[in-house]
Unconditional design. Structure first.
Length: 217
């Protein structure tokens, strides 16, 4: 009799505990994926003969492929939206002085809508695809990030800024925790002598850029 009376309470407390634990684990995974992506994107590229690193579309696609694998069982591509932005404070050939701007953005993930697309600034799909002023990107003099915690790029350098928005689906429906969007960002300075003129794509017939007008897993 006592067991029958306490069983519903035990199930409720147990289920609530499992749900909160899973939510905490998912939060940790998403935050670590954002940091991992920022770290990797700050290092990739191919070294030229002059010691300057060129970032290519294939490098970005490889970084995205790695983060998909790192996500494991978390359906990051199906339920999330990942935005990689290059926040740069450099002087391009058409500038009179260094300008801080979102030079380019690349994305993956099928999720879209309010709270899922980038909330820190956007730019055109062609931005950064070549060295022309019409593809210079979007000015971001105040940097990127939440108010009071914005990130700015040092002069003559760039920052890889990552934003992940993930649609969390609870294990037990809305019984204990309501569905929500998990939001995390991370940023790291570019760690090499990068060429900020553009993203290069020497095999443009073979490599499809992961521009933010595309929604794919």
């Amino acid at each position: 009799m006592e067991f029958a009376l306490t069983l519903p309470l035990l199930l409720a407390v147990g289920g609530w505990g499992v749900e909160l634990a899973w939510l905490s684990i998912t939060n940790l995974r998403i935050s670590q994926l954002a940091l991992n992506l920022a770290d990797t994107a700050s290092r990739v590229g191919v070294n030229g003969s002059s010691g300057v690193t060129q970032l290519r579309e294939t490098d970005i696609n490889d970084v995205f492929a790695g983060i998909r694998l790192a996500a494991g069982s978390t359906p990051l591509g199906a339920s999330g939206r990942v935005t990689l932005s290059s926040l740069e404070n450099v002087q391009q050939s058409y500038d009179n002085a260094p300008v801080q701007r979102i030079h380019w953005q690349r994305c993956f993930g099928q999720a879209s809508g309010v709270g899922l697309d980038s909330s820190y600034g956007t730019t055109t799909p062609t931005a950064g695809s070549d060295g022309r002023q019409q593809n210079a990107g979007t000015n971001a003099s105040d940097g990127m990030g939440d108010a009071g915690a914005k990130v700015s790029a040092p002069v003559n350098n760039g920052v890889m800024f990552v934003e992940i928005n993930y649609r969390y689906q609870p294990l037990f429906g809305s019984l204990f925790v309501s569905p929500r969007i998990l939001h995390y960002s991370a940023s790291l300075l570019v760690r090499d002598n990068r060429d900020y003129t553009q993203i290069y794509n020497p095999n443009d017939s073979l490599v499809t850029p992961s521009t933010c007008d595309r929604y794919s897993t």
